[in-house]
Design a protein around this ligand. Sequence first.
Ligand SMILES: Nc1ncnc2c1ncn2[C@@H]1O[C@H](COP(=O)(O)OP(=O)(O)OP(=O)(O)O)[C@@H](O)[C@H]1O
Ligand SMILES: [Mg+2]
Length: 337
Amino acid sequence: MSGDTPTLSVQDLETHFFTRQGVAKAVDNVSFDVGKGEIMGLVGESGSGKSVTGFSIIGLVDPPGEVVGGKVMFNGSDLVGLPEEQMQQLRGNRIAMIFQDPMMTLNPVLRIDTQMIETLVTHDKSISKDEARQRSRDALGQVGIPSPDERLKAYPHQFSGGMRQRVAIAIALLNKPDLIIADEPTTALDVTIQGQILFEAQKLCRETGTALIWITHDLAVVAGLADKICVMYAGRIVEQGAIDDVLDHAVHPYTVGLLGSVPGHNTRGHRLYQIPGMTPSLLNLPKGCAFQARCPKADGTCEAEPGIDEPVPGRQVRCFHPQMEAAATGGQEGTPS
Ligand SMILES: Nc1ncnc2c1ncn2[C@@H]1O[C@H](COP(=O)(O)OP(=O)(O)OP(=O)(O)O)[C@@H](O)[C@H]1O
Ligand SMILES: [Mg+2]
């Protein structure tokens, strides 16, 4: 692999759901790269297409959904249309997904040690059972499971929900995959545990070069974790760039609104901004920009489809009216009120 090839390069990805009510473009022309060791935060409101993006990358979209266009280049080769058998091998091996529901990863009828050791041995046939057990124990310790030796012998149902999620995360980290897609895995965990898991994930990426996509609606999580951020709205990425740049100077009115609705040190005693209106149904999108009905900047121009622009170097935005004054003044002065 050449040093320049990103671990993952998603290009013009399109995933549609063919429902009785019509075609929902859940992922519409989505493109981004995640390099070796890089962490990308994928954020957006409920229903914006974050999970479907993740599932599309790993080939887990089921009918009525279908990846209908684009490429998912993984270490330089396209995963779209790869036979299921090869995809399965990648999933158990080079690509891991952590789901919101840990039971999507865990097998309810197998002891934790059996599952972890099997994961390791499938990946590396030469590993001894003792070594596999040692690594499993270490992995449980890493995600904050007390007495990992005893816990290894337990079945999934003997753990609390939060503990089960930590085990699922430990399994995802075990083989040091090239790519991890984590779909809101820490939402249900308490903040100290969440912090510990984010720290371990970050460490893994730095040390082993794992590329990580962290899906969440929690901007605070992404702020502390990610190198770059993609903001999704109604199936499209409306803004992407380096994390600090975007958080300090968001230019898409949707991102500006999202940031304005997060409690911060200077918002105490003030009412938080709330983006007016609701996420539109994908089956009933307006012509042009999907955000126009909720956008303080919208005008007649927005009835056309905004393309991807680069108003500031390194930043991609889909908007006819990027809030450049926010970029210029350095922060939330651009928050609509
Ligand atoms: N099985 C399905 N059948 C029909 N449409 C679907 C299906 N799954 C997803 N969709 C469509 O895809 C859209 C995006 O769903 P997705 O689960 O990716 O949202 P999300 O951003 O992950 O939301 P959340 O934050 O609630 O997890 C949905 O709004 C819906 O229109
Ligand atoms: Mg989701």
